[in-house]
Structures are given as structure tokens and as C-alpha cells.
Design a protein around this ligand. Structure first.
Ligand code: HEC
Length: 139
């Protein structure tokens, strides 16, 4: 219940701070709610529901300087996975992350909207129109 209230407060604050029209905030809410479900299905096993990760196996995403600096790479890795060393908040991790190749660009936009607006992150909606060109340029 308190989570629902928090979420509503968040959506309201977004509407008032950024003076978005109500259509925009409804869209944000749809992306966010879908993104949360997809996160629970595809990501929370490793990164945990609260985004804190797991020891030195799975890096945290609730607070991550890597996520702040590598937005495009994060979108690509949801689909294509990633392996090799990675430094997150000064700690080195090195375990392969499997991608989810069946994710559509819309689903990637929804997950990105969720993870980039939860915990410490306040990026705003990640529209599918901005995800499309990024996915075409994944390495
Ligand atoms: C099987 C466990 C697993 C699953 C499932 C998984 N990840 Fe990861 N994730 C990892 C590991 C391990 C790394 C570090 C990869 C490396 O060492 O190159 C990582 C790295 C990351 C990073 C960059 C590092 C950081 O902490 O900021 C982000 C962001 C991320 N994952 C998000 C996601 C999202 C979103 C999903 C769901 C679509 C997901 N992951 C699914 C294990 C997983």
C-alpha cells in the first residue's frame, strides 16, 4: 500500500515539477507499470527486487554510476547480454549477464523507464522512439 502511495506521489510530483500535460503522465505511468512487471520477470532474479544486486556476483542497479554514464550500453545489454569486467561504484564485477533476445524495443523502453526512475534514478520516461536508433547501433 505504501508503495502504491509512493508511486502516486511520484507521478504527481513529476506532473507538477515538469508541467507535463496529463497525456504525458498517463504514458509515463503505463511505461513504468509495464516496465516494473518486465523487470520482475527478467531482471529481479539477479539484481533483486530492491535493485541492490547480490554481493560481488550481480552488480547493484539501485545506485550505479555505470548506469548514469552508459545509458545506451545498458539498453543494448538487456537484449544482447554482456560479459567481461565491469566497474560499478568502484567495485569490479566479472560475471556474464545473459540478455533477453526476445525483448521488443517497446519492452526495453518500458524496463528502462522503470529502472531509470526507481530508487536513486530520476531520468523521466524513456520513449520507444529514442530506443529504436540506439538498438540499431548496439555493438
Ligand atoms: C542471470 C543474472 C542476471 C540477469 C537475469 C540480469 N542481469 Fe544485469 N547484470 C548481471 C551481471 C552478472 C552483470 C555484470 C556483467 C559483466 O560483468 O559484464 C550485469 C550488469 C547489469 C547492468 C550494468 C551494471 C550496473 O550494475 O549498473 C545493468 C544496468 C543491468 N545488468 C540491468 C539488467 C536488467 C535491466 C536486466 C533485465 C532485463 C538484467 N540486468 C538481467 C546479471 C544479470
Amino acid at each position: 500500500m505504501s508503495r502504491v502511495l509512493l508511486f502516486l506521489t511520484f507521478v504527481l510530483s513529476l506532473t507538477s515539477c515538469h508541467k507535463k500535460g496529463s497525456g504525458e503522465s498517463v504514458k509515463f505511468e503505463q511505461y513504468y507499470v509495464q516496465g516494473e512487471q518486465l523487470y520482475m520477470t527478467h531482471c529481479s532474479n539477479c539484481h533483486q527486487v530492491d535493485g541492490s544486486g547480490l554481493g560481488l556476483l550481480y552488480p547493484p542497479i539501485k545506485e550505479s554510476d555505470f548506469m548514469d554514464r552508459n545509458f545506451e550500453e545498458v539498453l543494448c545489454m538487456m537484449k544482447n547480454g554482456r560479459s567481461g569486467e565491469i566497474t560499478v561504484n568502484g567495485k569490479v564485477f566479472n560475471q556474464p549477464m545473459p540478455g533477453v533476445p526476445t525483448l521488443t524495443n517497446l519492452e526495453i523502453a518500458e524496463i528502462a523507464t522503470y529502472i531509470y526512475n526507481t530508487w536513486d534514478h530520476k531520468r523521466g520516461i524513456v520513449e520507444v522512439t529514442s530506443v529504436n536508433p540506439i538498438m540499431e547501433n548496439c555493438q
